[in-house]
Design a protein around this ligand. Structure first.
Ligand code: MSP
Length: 487
């Protein structure tokens, strides 16, 4: 067996890199948790997973936010990023690397190499440009995108800019990218997003401004050989997916092993950047294309996109504080659709927590473990052995293959419901008094249910899964409920 086979096949998964101009909210947390669920699932399947996340730091938003907070940009960035990391730690986000685009040693060589390749392909050209720039989007908008002269997503009028910039010949790649997406060489999931991007490609892409004048923007990677310009923040940011692997540096081991990415996970608001601009950059640079892009919907709050500019954000820390991090993971995994927009309110969160976790899973674990402990009935050894295997995943593989993470969790809760109903019907706590043998068989079956549930729970709620496993192995009921009911 080769070394690689021993380790399992490589699986490279990425989150977008987050803007550190504010703390992360539940929307960002969703993208990250979704990736974490995939990363854990693939690891449990024995694959060698590399999970990348990070921060998109070379942006005017950050400079503005630091100014507003009266802190210098570097300190502001360090503080915000350390907040991201501690949130990810709390939520059990098992990333392998956190890339920061202000990292001149790690990230910038890859960006410079990418730029040089675009130049070598003849795809960058200096042109005079006049346009409407939205700092919220970090992109140029057209009149059509505006509502009453204002960007509807960010509630601000864009800046009118006239600059001489380098242009990237994006238009050149429309039909090639279209063909790659049509044939699933780059899979875009779900189909509705695939159709959306194909329609855009059918209309044809326009060349885009790929640099900004250095006296207009104070951050960003300088254009090689032309210090009057800085590289456009999205060109810089998208390159993180390969710079993090050492592309453009002498150490390309990770790049050679993990690129092309198996899965980029992004929200629908940044589909165009990932399914048009990024593939075009890669084609121009003569690099392999990512295999799949999962485009999730947005979390809305009261029907509107959750965003800092709209002031309707739900702070993950507040929910973690009240309900615990595993409950937050659970909610995101099951009640936010990986494909459509989903509304999140505090009332709904609480109702779900009480019904599914306190009364559902938590109560089931207590009931079964109590019967087992009090009557000294242990799970069958062959069932306990299952903790070491991964074959139980086959039943949820079908959901994962189709990226239906929420349905995988639904199926798990059907199992919980079935176990609850069976306890209700068989009443082993009564039978034990008259027919110990029968009750023993039943309780062992319930323990087997719990084993299956806890194994399948691992990618979604790793800590809870571990707690149930420990209780089963020690044959103990929990000292305190796993999820305390909230009134
Ligand atoms: N910095 C860019 C990404 C660069 S990737 C090369 C960016 N950052 S972001 O912080 O604004 O958003 C990061 C991710 O969070 C995106 O996938 C975005 O869709 C997601 N979300 C931000 N708000 C969201 C919701 N309200 N709901 C769900 N996810 C949303 O874009």
């Amino acid at each position: 067996m080769s070394k690689q086979e021993e380790k399992g096949k490589p699986f490279y998964i990425t989150t977008p890199i987050y803007y550190p101009n504010a703390n992360l909210h539940m929307g960002h947390e969703y993208t990250t948790t979704l990736c974490d669920i995939f990363a854990r699932y693939h690891r449990l399947k024995g694959e060698e997973v590399y999970f990348l996340t990070g921060a998109d730091e070379n942006t005017e938003k950050v400079v503005r936010a630091a100014k507003d907070a009266n802190i210098n940009t570097k300190d502001y960035l360090d503080e915000t990023v350390s907040g991201f990391k501690s949130l990810f730690k709390m939520l059990g986000i098992s990333y392998d690397q956190f890339i920061r685009t202000s990292d001149e040693e790690k990230h910038w060589p890859g960006v410079i190499e990418m730029w040089n390749r675009l130049v070598a392909a003849g795809d960058l050209e200096k042109r005079e440009y006049k346009g409407l720039y939205c700092v919220g989007h970090e992109a140029f908008l057209t009149e059509k995108d505006l509502v009453n002269g204002v960007c509807p997503d960010h509630g601000e009028a864009p800046q009118e800019l006239t600059e001489e910039n380098y242009f990237f010949k994006l238009s050149k790649y429309s039909s090639e990218i279209k063909q790659k997406i049509e044939t699933d060489e780059i899979r875009i999931i779900p189909q509705s997003r695939k159709n959306e991007i194909l329609a855009l490609l059918e209309r044809g892409l326009e060349d885009i401004s790929f640099s900004r004048s250095a006296d207009k923007v104070s951050v960003g990677v300088p254009v090689p050989g032309d210090l009057s310009q800085r590289i456009y923040v999205w060109g810089d940011a998208l390159t993180n997916y390969i710079s993090a692997l050492g592309f453009g540096t002498k150490n390309g081991d990770l790049y050679n092993k993990f690129w092309p990415a198996d899965l980029h996970v992004v929200g629908k608001d940044i589909l165009r950047f990932h399914a048009a601009i990024w593939p075009a950059m890669l084609l121009s640079a003569k690099l392999p294309l990512p295999k799949a892009i999962l485009v999730h919907g947005l979390i809305t709050s009261g029907g509107q996109k959750m965003s800092k500019s709209l002031g309707n954000v739900i702070d993950p820390l507040m929910l973690i504080d009240e309900y615990g991090h595993e409950a937050v993971r659970y909610y995101l995994a099951r009640y936010v659709s990986p494909f459509e927009d989903s509304d999140l309110t505090l009332e709904r969160f609480k109702a779900v927590y009480n019904a599914d976790l306190a009364n559902g899973l938590g109560n089931l674990v207590s009931r079964i473990m109590k019967m087992a402990e009090v009557n000294n009935i242990k799970a069958l050894e062959r069932d306990i052995e299952l903790f070491k295997k991964t074959n139980l995943y086959e039943q949820i593989d079908s959901y994962f293959v189709e990226f239906k993470v929420n349905e995988a969790v639904d199926s798990l809760w059907s199992l919980i419901k079935r176990a609850d109903n069976d306890i209700q019907t068989l009443e082993p706590f009564k039978t034990i008094k008259v027919d110990r043998k029968k009750a023993e068989v039943d309780i062992k079956v319930f323990l087997a249910y719990l084993i299956e549930i806890s194994i399948k729970l691992r990618p979604f709620m790793p800590i809870t899964a571990g707690k149930i496993e420990k209780l089963i192995k020690e044959n103990k009921s929990p000292e305190a409920p796993l999820f305390v009911r909230k009134d």
